[in-house]
Design a protein around this ligand. Structure first.
Ligand code: ADP
Length: 257
C-alpha cells in the first residue's frame, strides 16, 4: 500500500516535471521566433541605407563625367544615409540597454518646465514649412521632480518630433497639458492630426512599429518603444489616449521615485 502511494507520488512528480519541460520548450520556441523576426527586421532596416550608400559611392568612383553639382548631390545622399544608419544603431543599442535594465539613471531634482522647454527647443526645426504651434495648458506652475531630466527630455523630444512628423493638419498644433495627480504628474501631448486608427493603437509601442500610412516618414519605428522603456525605468509610464481627436499620448512621472 505504502509502495503504491509512493509510486503515485513519484508519477505525479514526473508528470509535473514533464509539464514544466514542455512549457520551457514552448517558451524557448517563442523566443527563438521573436529573435528571428527581430533580426530579419533589423536586416531589412539596414539593407535600404546600405544599398544606397553602395550604389552612390560606386557612381562617384566609376563615372568620370559627373558635374560638380551631381558629385555634391551624391555625396550628400551618402552622408544622409550614413547618419540614418548611425541613428538606427544608436537607437538599437539604447533600446537593448534599457530593456536589460542596465541603464545608469541620473536621478536628481529637476524642474518639469525646464525639461519641457529644453525638449521643445530641441525638437522644433526652423526649416519646417508650416511650423507646429505648441500650446501649453499648465495647471501647476512649478512641478519639481526627482527624476532623470535627460531621459525625460528624450521622451518629450520624441513625442514632439512625432507630432511634427505625423500631424497632417494644415495648421498643426500640439497641446501640452500638465497636471498633478496624487503622487504623479501627468503630461499629455495632443496634436490636431488624424491620430492613430484604433486597430493600430496597440502596435505603436512595439519595436519597428511603422504604421502603413506613415511609411514614408523615414523613422525606423523605434522611438516609442524607447519612450516606453525609459518610462518603465523611471517608474512611470507612457500610453496612447484613444478618442482625443488627434494623436494623444500621456506620460506619467512619479513626483519622487
Ligand atoms: P518612427 O521612428 O517611425 O517615428 P515611433 O516609434 O516614434 O517611430 O512611432 C511609431 C509609429 O507611430 C510612427 O511610424 C507613426 O506611424 C505612428 N505615430 C507616432 N506618433 C504619431 C502621431 N503624433 N500622429 C500619428 N501617428 C503617429
Amino acid at each position: 500500500m505504502e509502495y503504491s502511494s509512493q509510486l503515485e507520488a513519484k508519477s505525479a512528480e514526473l508528470g509535473h516535471t514533464a509539464k514544466q519541460l514542455s512549457e520551457a520548450n514552448e517558451k524557448l520556441t517563442r523566443l527563438s521566433v521573436q529573435k528571428d523576426a527581430f533580426l530579419s527586421q533589423i536586416s531589412h532596416e539596414l539593407r535600404t541605407p546600405m544599398t544606397s550608400i553602395r550604389a552612390f559611392s560606386e557612381i562617384l568612383r566609376d563615372m568620370d563625367a559627373l558635374t560638380p553639382a551631381d558629385q555634391t548631390r551624391y555625396a550628400s545622399i551618402i552622408h544622409d544615409e550614413t547618419l540614418r544608419l548611425t541613428r538606427l544603431l544608436d537607437d538599437l543599442l539604447d533600446l537593448s540597454v534599457l530593456e536589460n535594465g542596465q541603464v545608469a539613471l541620473n536621478m536628481e531634482p529637476v524642474n518639469l518646465h525646464d525639461v519641457l522647454n529644453r525638449a521643445v527647443s530641441a525638437a522644433l526645426a526652423p526649416q519646417d514649412d508650416v511650423p507646429i504651434r505648441i500650446l501649453r495648458n499648465i495647471v501647476q506652475e512649478d512641478v519639481d521632480l526627482i527624476s532623470d531630466g535627460d531621459r525625460l527630455s528624450q521622451v518629450f523630444i520624441n513625442l514632439i518630433s512625432n507630432a511634427r512628423k505625423y500631424c497632417t493638419a494644415s495648421d498643426p498644433v500640439l497641446e501640452v497639458a500638465i497636471q498633478k495627480q496624487g503622487n504623479d504628474v501627468w503630461i499629455d501631448f495632443t496634436d490636431n492630426g488624424d491620430g492613430i486608427p484604433s486597430h493600430q493603437q496597440p502596435l505603436v509601442f512595439e519595436k519597428f512599429a511603422r504604421l502603413t500610412d506613415h511609411a514614408r516618414a523615414g523613422g525606423a519605428g523605434l522611438g516609442l518603444a524607447i519612450c516606453r522603456e525609459i518610462m518603465n525605468n523611471l517608474g512611470g509610464s507612457v500610453a496612447y489616449l484613444p478618442e482625443q481627436g488627434g494623436a494623444a499620448f500621456r506620460v506619467v512621472v512619479p513626483l519622487k521615485s
